[in-house]
Design a protein around this ligand. Sequence first.
Ligand code: SAM
Length: 286
Amino acid sequence: MAQLADPKNTIAILNKYHIVFQKKYGQNFLIDEHVIEKILKAAGITKDDTVLEIGPGIGTLTQYLCENAGHVIAVEIDKNLIPILENDTLAQYENVRIINDDVMKLDLKELIETENGGKPIKVVANLPYYITTPIVMALLEKKLPVESITVMVQKEVAARMQAKPGSSDYGALSLAVRYYSEPYIAANVPVNCFMPRPGVDSAVIRMKLYREPPVHVENEELLFALIRASFNQRRKTLLNGICNFSGLNITKERAAEAIARTGLSPDVRGEMLSLEQFAVLSCHLS
Ligand code: SAM
């Protein structure tokens, strides 16, 4: 099968099967081999790896994954693309399992158990942009046997994932990503690398998951509630954010005391706190 990274081969498949791009599924197919090579390099794919690809589309990235990984699990929501993958673009590969499902509804733990004996897998995807954050958060929070997540996302989402305290991109997503993983932006990708072209530029981000979180907390739920409270109204001080947040039920006096014990100024804003400082604050409040 000809490589789909060559745009003329992608166009041939689109015409052969009269494919209409499903906007609701975020279908922007890759047509640039260099970008695919950067994704594979960032993920460090070898024949020892089992890879979960979310949204193979017509199989462009999947072809390269099959060539380079030991085993590939490809989960695609669009049922119309399954026969194309099975009978045409991925037909020559024996190391791929194609699953027609919504990745958000799958029991990924069970899938990794059956496909890889529960051993850690790598996730690689050109993610559908309408659902990027929920997918990444589910992969991080569910504490699955996942070694790394290497994904194409909107450039501004990648910036938010990797942002440091004090920057305008910094927020709850940055802190969650850093709690579970070490993020690294591997490439910026312009719109002309996709068919059809998306409205915004993209970036490839790799998150290497920690075995243990980099900070110690007594109560993870409290940590994330504090983070949400702090960024709920960005312009408020941390103190007001915490005591006005309905999910927390913490008095102003208690919050003020914990902020002081953390070594922070009473009028500090949440966006200035590092993950370590949020962790210390949560320990003082737990
Ligand atoms: N991997 C292909 C590529 O790079 O050319 C396609 C990437 S395209 C941006 C996203 C793909 O994810 C589409 O094929 C879309 O149908 C699929 N998709 C969207 N939502 C999904 C979901 N919830 N579960 C599984 N696949 C999904």
